[in-house]
Ligand binder design. Structure first.
Ligand SMILES: Nc1nc2c(ncn2[C@@H]2O[C@H](COP(=O)(O)OP(=O)(O)OP(=O)(O)O)[C@@H](O)[C@H]2O)c(=O)[nH]1
Ligand SMILES: [Mg+2]
Ligand SMILES: [Zn+2]
Length: 363
């Protein structure tokens, strides 16, 4: 049975290790195998944080992509045969949550961006104005991961009318915390940091140039992540961050910085859309047909709500578009494989709900 000495345990805890992971690793029965968390990738080697510090490790030998570790994974590692050899990853502990999307390019495969995350910060910059439709897409993907999404609006120093922003965003952000951040305002940053519990893992996602890495640096009070400027004309970023990486910040939380996303494709959506569009789901229970697509079906309560002005038309349009995209992804994949995956995922989420970190989930 795996036993971890208490000072080593503290080291692991600072990377998010808790009783859940101790249980997951309890079956291990060897002296030199030990747990660690994937912090990032450095060409062919993975940086794994263990009780003995950072270890450069080789990937598992299996070629199957589902066994490829991602940033945030807890893994079991073993030292190399000699002291100078890299360590090797033996096992990936079952993921408590993970964020995935259709891979860039043809979108025909799933790309897992990060694992074992508690919150997702959807970061958008106020220098380019709000893009509500894009935020809806991000929210659906984020909810589907099993982590709790929050919207982080950066560059508040460049937006004179924050009341208008708050009014606009309230249409799409039901049940989601919206935070306003000026990365260069120390008090603002400290307040944000204090709101994050020790041991929490947060993944930052958003387009390039919105200030994800700047936020990682501000919260770290150090230049740990590289930042780049934005183009003068359209404020677009230059894709400065090129790798996903996990950082620890003072106060005991972990942040995962990610490269700017050009296009966020949906993948195998389960209930992400219901969480992202709760008011539509609530109205839809009154539709005549239970599989109503809220288009031209008779007795559609959702279309009626748009006609009466109760529901925003753009919101329904966006919902139907994302729903169609998600349905397409579902049909495209092998239905049995997908059903199995969804049920596995559901059981993971069920066990997560009992976890102390998730006791206060707002859904
Ligand atoms: N005015 C202002 N500028 C900011 C703020 N936060 C970030 N910036 C600037 O925005 C630019 C882009 O910041 P990054 O942190 O590199 O953006 P990113 O989201 O990490 O971009 P990628 O790594 O390309 O995805 C930099 O010039 C930052 O100085 C803010 O709160 N206010
Ligand atoms: Mg960056
Ligand atoms: Zn309907």
């Amino acid at each position: 049975m795996l036993t971890i000495e208490s000072n080593n345990l503290n080291q692991l805890r600072s990377w998010g290790w808790d009783d859940h992971w101790s249980d997951q690793a309890a079956h291990l029965s060897t002296d030199h195998k030990q747990p660690g968390r994937i912090r990032g990738q450095n060409s062919d080697l993975w940086m794994v944080e263990t009780a003995q510090g950072t270890q450069q490790t080789r990937k598992p030998s299996s070629k199957r992509s589902e066994y490829a570790p991602v940033v945030g994974d807890w893994v079991i590692v073993e030292p190399g045969p000699t002291e100078t050899d890299p360590w090797s990853i033996q096992e990936i502990l079952p993921r408590r949550s993970y964020l995935s999307r259709g891979a860039a390019g043809d979108g025909r495969s799933e790309q897992i961006l990060a694992a074992n995350i508690d919150r997702i910060w959807i970061v958008q910059g106020l220098d380019t104005g709000l893009n509500l439709r894009r935020l809806e897409r991000y929210l659906a993907v984020a909810w589907d991961s099993g982590a709790i999404p929050e919207i982080i609006l950066t560059k508040t120093d460049l937006e004179p009318n924050l009341d208008q922003v708050a009014a606009d965003i309230s249409i799409i952000a039901a049940g989601v915390d919206v935070r306003y951040v000026n990365n260069f305002d120390v008090e603002n940053i400290l307040e944000l940091r204090e709101s994050v519990a020790e041991g929490t893992t947060i993944c930052l996602i958003g387009p390039s140039g919105v200030g994800k890495s700047t936020l990682v640096n501000s919260l770290s009070e150090a230049e740990v992540a590289e930042i780049g400027d934005v183009r003068a004309g359209d404020h677009k970023g230059r894709h400065t961050t090129t790798r996903r990486e996990l950082f620890r910040i003072p106060g005991g939380a972990c942040l995962i910085d990610t490269p700017g996303i050009r296009e966020l494709r949906l993948w195998a959506m389960d209930d992400g859309l219901s969480h992202a569009f709760p008011e539509i789901e609530a109205i839809a229970v009154d539709c005549r047909f239970s599989d109503c697509k809220h288009g031209s079906e008779p007795g559609c309560a959702v279309v009626a709500a748009v006609e009466s002005g109760e529901l925003d038309e753009d919101r329904l349009h966006s919902y139907r578009k994302l729903q169609a995209e998600a349905d397409y992804e579902k049909r495209k994949g092998d239905p049995r494989a997908r059903a199995a995956k969804v049920s596995e995922w559901k059981s993971i989420r069920k066990s997560m709900k009992d976890h102390p970190k998730h006791k206060n989930r707002s859904r």
